[in-house]
Design a protein around this ligand. Structure first.
Ligand SMILES: *[C@@H]1O[C@H](CO)[C@@H](O)[C@H](O)[C@H]1NC(C)=O
Ligand SMILES: *[C@@H]1O[C@H](CO)[C@@H](O)[C@H](O)[C@H]1NC(C)=O
Ligand SMILES: *[C@@H]1O[C@H](CO)[C@@H](O)[C@H](O)[C@H]1NC(C)=O
Length: 516
């Protein structure tokens, strides 16, 4: 405006005051609406403008003054969510996301007309940043709505139809035990359009967790991954993962390598690294296996103590040859195995009826009262008469020492001891039906020599690729505790054959530990 030459200066002063008063009234109204009624700007009669534009004005004036605009301290304390939009942290976050989205835009992952969704955004900073850089058609979801930027919805239950969005961002998704990662991943891919882009900010520190993360999104492919600096000290370091949803035609029947189809798992370099970092195998046959192998348990490097296991579907523990509940599930797995706060589904496989009853009372344990075998068939099951395990009573007491199993012969050519009939099932097939590659699967196997049948079968069927970590007790003609200089006659295999089994597992990328 031209300065009003010749007019009295006090008139100009009055004009300025009137204008300032007008601005003041507007600000007070806005503060009232946002802080007291909390209705943001849905109620037409109170609103002069829609919330996002209004916030632009607040942020343009940023800094400490900005928070003074909205309410006094007492108001914000009694109503903490209301001053969210103007807090320093909120503005800092908006600035951070604006620069992130601008980069994505310059690379073509995001366009001004991209229909966009931000998942798990409590404060809507991401949505605000999107609108600020010109992506108008964007919305956020969070458990608790914070309109107009954020509506009610959760990552594993997104309130939109299939193929709705061109762009989905998730910066704050927590993969803690309350969220099933695979449900989250499938909801996001469901609502993303084919060829749309997904961008995640995650704390996947190691290669293992990064690969698990990608594994959750099997209908997407990785476009780019980079490290960026976070905006607050609690998240100093972030992986930005950009993925693209495959087009429908491509995505259909396009199986991931390994697993059901192939018999070979793809061994990624990070698996080799894990195995290199694991405790070494004991190469020389121990003279006192009951001491050496038992002590070795202290040296075991558990997988969850080396990597982050967050980004998996289910968490599953399979105890093959579980014996009594207390013998390993209760005493070891429940107490000692590092679970990173995850809840595991436990399967106990135990054919010996002696132990079956107590499992009925155990919650969260599924008992399969059969013998793990290489096909479905009836087996004969030898009740032990080993010098170390003289009778059935003894077997019950120790919770160990079950006999070998063998296919049932038509002419009952029993060597010694009693023989029971049990039902065997195809363990490898069962595993393939029960878990997927997305799941985190830990297995303990103590099957009295049957490991020499079961492990090759796991390889043959590709089921081995489904297992993340194995605790294997290998049975061989070991030196006896009772009788120095004598080997057990119970098993034919030698220590060398056991070592070969462990070595071949590790060479195939399976993290196996020597168990006792
Ligand atoms: C939406 O997608 C899911 C899986 O991606 C599918 O099971 C469902 O049938 C689809 N719904 C519609 C209405 O197409
Ligand atoms: C498990 O939960 C406890 C308490 O909630 C927490 O202190 C701990 O850091 C969590 N551990 C992991 C590995 O997430
Ligand atoms: C074995 O038995 C299970 C359960 O009864 C069945 O689902 C599976 O198809 C059988 N497998 C074979 C190879 O017959």
């Amino acid at each position: 405006m031209e300065p009003a030459v010749g007019k009295p200066s006090f008139f100009r002063n009055i004009m300025v005051r009137v204008l300032l008063f007008g601005v003041f009234i507007i600000v007070v109204r806005f503060a009232y609406i946002v802080t007291i009624t909390g209705e943001s700007c849905n109620r037409g009669d109170f609103c002069f403008f829609s919330l996002p534009e209004n916030l632009n004005f607040v942020i343009a004036g940023a800094g400490p003054g900005a928070s003074a605009i909205v309410g006094s301290d007492s108001v914000s304390r009694s109503n903490p969510r209301r001053d969210l939009y103007t807090s320093k942290d909120w503005i800092k976050a908006v600035n951070f996301f604006s620069s992130v989205f601008q980069d994505l835009m310059s690379e073509g992952y995001l366009l001004p007309n991209s229909k966009s969704l931000c998942v798990e955004t409590p404060g809507g900073q991401e949505v605000f940043a999107l609108k600020e850089i010109g992506v108008g058609d964007s919305i956020g979801i969070f458990k608790k709505a914070s309109k107009p930027l954020v509506i009610s919805g959760e990552g594993h239950r997104i309130p939109f139809r299939n193929n709705t969005f061109d762009f989905i961002f998730s910066g704050g998704a927590r993969f803690d035990k309350s969220v099933r990662s695979s449900a989250f991943a499938s909801e996001i891919t469901r609502t993303l359009k084919p060829e749309g882009f997904l961008v995640f900010h995650v704390k996947a520190k190691d290669t293992y967790s990064f690969n698990s993360f990608l594994g959750l999104f099997d209908s997407c492919e990785l476009e780019k991954m980079r490290h960026i600096d976070g905006f607050d000290s609690s998240l100093p370091y972030i992986r930005e993962i950009i993925m693209k949803k495959k087009s429908e035609i491509l995505g259909h029947g396009d199986k991931i390598s390994g697993g059901d189809s192939g018999n070979e798992c793809s061994i990624q370099e990070h698996k080799r690294d894990l195995i290199r970092n694991a405790e070494p195998l004991i190469t020389d046959e121990p003279l006192k296996p009951w001491i050496t192998l038992k002590r070795n348990i202290q040296n075991i490097k558990y997988l969850p103590s080396m990597v982050d296991i967050s980004f998996r579907g289910r968490y599953v523990y399979v105890d093959v040859g579980a014996r009594s509940y207390g013998s390993s599930i209760g005493s070891w797995f429940r107490k000692k195995y590092p679970k990173q706060n995850r809840t595991f589904d436990v399967y106990a496989i135990e054919a010996d009826r002696t132990f079956n009853e107590e499992y009925r009372l155990k919650k969260k344990v599924t008992l399969l009262p059969y013998a793990a075998w290489i096909r479905n068939e009836t087996l004969s099951f030898e009740v032990n008469h080993d010098p170390n395990h003289p009778g059935l009573e003894d077997v019950k007491d120790k919770g160990r020492g079950m006999g070998r199993i063998q296919p049932k012969k038509s002419s009952g050519n029993v060597v010694d001891g009693e023989v029971d009939e049990i039902q065997g099932f195809d363990f490898a097939e069962w595993l393939k039906k029960t878990v997927t590659e997305k799941d985190f699967v830990v297995m303990k196997m103590d099957v009295e020599g049957t490991e020499f049948d079961l492990i090759p079968r796991l390889f043959e069927t590709g089921a081995i690729c489904l297992i993340d970590e194995i605790f294997l007790e290998c049975h061989y003609n070991r030196w006896q505790r009772c009788c120095p200089g004598q080997r057990s006659t119970k098993y034919e295999k030698t220590y060398g054959q056991c070592l070969d089994l462990f070595t071949s597992l590790r060479e195939s990328g399976v993290l196996v530990h020597q168990w006792w």
